[in-house]
Ligand binder design. Structure first.
Ligand code: UDX
Length: 432
């Protein structure tokens, strides 16, 4: 099938590569010329585990093209995927839909044969209807259906999630669109459930899923606070509750709060949407407020660990989670911003996110090329992102470079006993 993807970001790019790998002909469109040029030269514009190899393979086959020309991509397409950003509006906290509406308006004139326009961006209830009206308004003769096709890819696991989805949700009641989508996802037929629902239900499923997972993280973080006071160990508690298949063991890792391009924005958008529809969601509202507070609490923990008020702090991890270079709404970055006015010196290290962090932080911190350089002469090191390499820190070497051997492990990456045995003052989450 011929697929056009509008928006070449953390959703559009891995999806484009995935569909090309399945044998479809994919043309990805973005407005940023430099991005398209780099991709056409075979250079990836974001880091995602496992993407490079499939990207290189599929550009060589000619099944994966990149362009700034919407017409070229859309005019022959059987399916147009909208994968543009829906950032949080800073004034209203709602999803900002201007890029979706703009994309709909721009592609409308080029719908010259029947096609399905599928919304992959996370959008509030009723957006599919709005997109449909925009296209009709700008091209009254167009033959098309707009479906909601929520994307559940996780950053860092986008490729494995693409090929092994838990489910494929399609919001449409149009038989023709259903047929096209069944064809698009034919390779998954015997592997995963394809759920056809109303468009509005599909739009809710995405927000309800992300909000539920965010609440689960908030729950385990609060339980971690409780364990600290009650003399229990959150790692053991999480394992014990997670073995109940009704609860499940995923998303029970206590940490510094959730972040990223999705959970913070989607919980806010869900809460606002609920308010609008007159059915407030108190659990989600609490989750948002407490997640915000958690980052302030975590910054205070790092400061409390400093032996002198003007000591050097080393930060390990800037990405919002391991496996990505993305620093959007990263708990690590937010904690860092709270430390900046009070800390004398901050040195940072992240295996993939240094460049993105630099664009935000500029000269405010020093950037190290490895763990030990970051920790040189530091009075405390804070582990803020769950990168696997932090698990294997050489504790003896770390101790030899630090001014005082002091670890605040906000991702529970290290073995508490081993760290203490190596002579560190060690604190983590949910265990005293
Ligand atoms: C999320 C959804 O998981 C995905 O289905 C959707 O398509 C997009 O939003 P993503 O933003 O890539 O994916 O990150 P995710 O792995 O869900 O983690 C979000 C945040 O929660 C991160 O800051 C992460 O560190 C934190 N987290 C996650 C925890 O603190 N504990 C956990 O147990 C899991």
């Amino acid at each position: 099938m011929k697929i056009a993807i509008i928006g070449v970001g953390y959703v559009g790019l891995p999806s484009g590569v995935g569909f090309a790998e399945l044998g479809h002909e994919v043309v990805c469109v973005d407005k940023i010329e430099a991005k398209i040029q780099a991709l056409n030269e075979g250079k990836l514009t974001l880091y995602e585990n496992g993407l490079e190899e499939l990207f290189q393979k599929n550009i060589k086959t000619g099944r994966l093209l990149f362009t700034t020309d919407t017409k070229m991509a859309v005019q022959d397409a059987d399916v147009v995927l909208l994968a543009v950003g829906t950032p949080q509006d800073p004034k209203t906290n709602e999803a900002d839909l201007r890029y979706i509406y703009q994309a709909a308006k721009e592609l409308a004139p080029f719908v010259t044969k029947y096609c399905v326009i599928a919304n992959k961006s996370t959008v509030p209830v009723g957006t599919a209807e709005a997109v449909e009206s925009i296209i009709k308004e700008h091209n009254p003769m167009a033959d098309f259906d707009v479906v909601s096709l929520p994307e559940f890819l996780r950053e860092g696991f986008a490729i494995s999630d693409f090929f092994n989805p838990d489910r494929i949700v399609v919001g449409t009641e149009a038989p023709r669109a259903r047929e096209v989508l069944e064809q698009l996802y034919a390779p998954f037929k015997d592997k995963t459930e394809m759920l056809f629902v109303k468009r509005r239900s599909s739009e809710v499923i995405k927000y309800a899923s992300n909000s539920f997972l965010a609440m689960k993280i908030h729950y385990i973080n609060e339980m971690a606070n409780f364990c600290e006071n009650a003399g229990a160990d959150i790692n053991e508690v999480a394992k014990g509750i997670g073995l109940d298949s009704r609860i499940g063991k995923k998303f029970l890792n206590a940490g510094p709060g959730f972040g990223g391009g999705c959970f913070p924005k989607d919980t806010n958008a869900m809460a606002k949407m609920a308010e609008k529809f007159g059915a407030r969601l108190s659990l989600i509202e609490t989750t948002i407020a407490k997640n915000y507070q958690r980052k302030a609490d975590m910054a205070q923990r790092v400061l409390n660990a400093l032996s002198s008020p003007k000591g050097k702090i080393a930060i390990l991890g800037l990405a919002f989670k391991g496996g990505t270079d993305d620093v959007r709404e990263s708990p690590s970055m937010e904690i860092l911003y709270q430390l900046l006015p009070v800390a004398a010196e901050i040195s940072v290290y992240d295996p993939k996110a240094l460049e993105n962090a630099k664009q935000e932080l500029g000269e405010k911190v020093s950037y190290a090329q490895d763990i030990y350089e970051a920790c040189q002469d530091a009075e405390v090191v804070a582990i803020l992102t769950e990168w696997e390499i932090f698990r294997n820190i050489d504790l003896e070497r770390l101790k030899s470079v630090m001014k005082t051997p002091n670890i605040v492990d906000l991702r529970n990456m290290l073995n508490a006993q081993a760290a203490k045995a190596a002579g560190f003052s060690y604190s983590c989450i949910g265990l005293k």
